[in-house]
Design a protein around this ligand. Structure first.
Ligand SMILES: Cc1ncc(COP(=O)(O)O)c(C=O)c1O
Length: 309
C-alpha cells in the first residue's frame, strides 16, 4: 500500500493540493538550472526521525545558496507536520514514509542574470518508504564499486549543501553499474580519497575502530551522525579521517549510511570480498542498536515488504 495515491496531498508554495494538481513551471530554476536545495527525512513507526536536524541542515543549505524560503523554521516545521498528518491515513501500520523538501529559487527572470531571487518554489511531499530494493543487502551485503567520475570538489560546491543538482552523482552511479548492474557507487574525491555514495555516506570498521570520511568531501549525513552516536553508546571507537581505496580493500567491515535504509552493508569492494565476504558483527550490532532506538526492526521491516509482494 502506498502513500503515493490519488488521495495524496502535497504542499506547493502556500497550498496543500492533490498530487495531480501540483504543477510547477518549466521555467522554474529547479528545472532550468538544478537550482534547488533538498532534504529527505523518514519516519519510524510513523514518527519523523530527527526532523529538527533535517530542517536545520535545510536552512544551512538555503543560507549558503541564498534562497529565501519565505518561512521561519517553526513555520516550515509545522507545514511539514501538516503534510505528514494529511497523508498518514494511507500508510500501512507496518510501513513508514519519506518526507521530502525541495526548495528552488523560483521562476527565472528574463535577462542577463536569470537566477535572481524570486518567490521560492516550496515543494513538500510524503512518499511510501519502499525498502524492497535494499532488503537483500541487509543479509547478503552489496557490491561497492568506485566510479570513474570524481566527486565535485568542495571548492566548487560544498558537499554539505544538500542539493538537487544530481548529474554528477547520477553519472557516478551509472558508471559503477557498468561494472556490476547491482553495484553501489563509491565516489573518490579529486585527490583519490573516499568521498561518498550518490545518496549515502561510507563507514569502515578495521580492528574494532569505525572510520568515516570527514565532511570535507561528503555530506554531513544524519544517518552517519546517528551511527557515530550509536557507536559512542556501544563503546566502539570512531574516527573521522581521510580514507583511500586501500582502507576499503583491507577493512573488516564496510557499510553505507542513508536515510531510507539506515545502514547498508557492503560485502564486496571492486570485485574483492570485504574480509570473509559476510555482513560483519559491528554492522549487525549497529543495526540492532538503531532498531532499538527507534522501536522498529529495520531489517524485518524491509524483509516484510518482500514477503508481502
Ligand atoms: C550525496 C549524499 N550523501 C549522503 C547522504 C546521506 O545523508 P542522510 O543520512 O542525511 O540521509 C545523502 C542523502 O540523501 C546524499 O544525497
Amino acid at each position: 500500500m502506498s502513500v503515493a495515491s490519488k488521495s495524496r496531498l502535497v504542499y506547493l508554495s502556500g497550498k496543500m493540493v492533490p498530487e495531480g494538481e501540483a504543477k510547477i513551471s518549466i521555467f522554474d530554476s529547479a528545472v532550468m538550472l538544478g537550482d534547488c536545495v533538498t532534504e529527505s527525512t523518514r519516519t519510524f513507526a510513523h514518527q519523523p526521525f530527527r526532523l529538527t536536524d533535517h530542517i536545520d541542515r535545510l536552512y544551512r543549505s538555503l543560507k549558503i545558496t541564498r534562497i529565501d524560503v519565505g518561512h521561519s523554521r517553526k513555520e516550515l516545521t509545522q507545514i511539514t507536520r501538516d503534510v505528514l498528518d494529511a497523508n498518514m491515513h494511507a500508510l500501512n501500520a507496518a510501513d513508514d514514509c519519506w518526507i521530502v523538501h525541495n526548495i528552488s529559487r523560483g521562476l527565472l527572470k528574463h535577462g542577463p542574470s536569470p537566477a535572481q531571487q524570486n518567490t521560492a518554489t516550496v515543494m513538500i511531499f510524503t512518499d511510501h518508504m519502499d525498502l524492497r530494493g535494499w532488503a537483500k543487502y541487509y543479509t547478503d551485503g552489496c557490491h561497492a564499486v568506485t566510479s570513474m567520475s570524481r566527486a565535485v570538489p568542495a571548492q566548487s560546491l560544498d558537499a554539505r549543501i544538500k542539493n538537487r543538482s544530481r548529474l554528477a552523482y547520477t553519472m557516478a552511479d551509472t558508471e559503477a553499474r557498468l561494472v556490476d548492474p547491482d553495484a553501489q557507487c563509491v565516489l573518490l574525491d579529486i585527490h583519490g580519497n573516499i568521498a561518498e555514495n550518490k545518496g549515502g555516506n561510507l563507514c569502515v570498521v578495521t580492528d574494532g575502530e569505525l572510520r568515516t570520511p570527514t565532511t570535507e568531501n561528503s555530506l554531513a549525513g544524519i544517518s552517519r551522525q546517528t551511527v557515530l552516536e550509536l557507536s559512542g553508546d556501544l563503546g566502539i571507537p570512531v574516527r573521522e579521517s581521510r580514507l583511500q581505496m586501500y582502507d576499503l580493500y583491507t577493512a573488516d567491515e564496510v557499510f553505507f549510511t542513508s536515510t531510507p535504509y539506515c545502514i547498508m552493508p557492503a560485502t564486496r569492494f571492486n570485485g574483492l570480498p570485504v574480509s570473509d565476504g559476510k555482513v560483519g558483527p559491528v554492522t549487525k550490532q549497529l543495526l540492532d542498536a538503531w532498531s532499538k532506538r527507534v522501536g522498529v526492526d529495520i531489517v524485518s521491516q524491509a524483509q516484510r515488504q518482500i514477503d508481502r509482494q
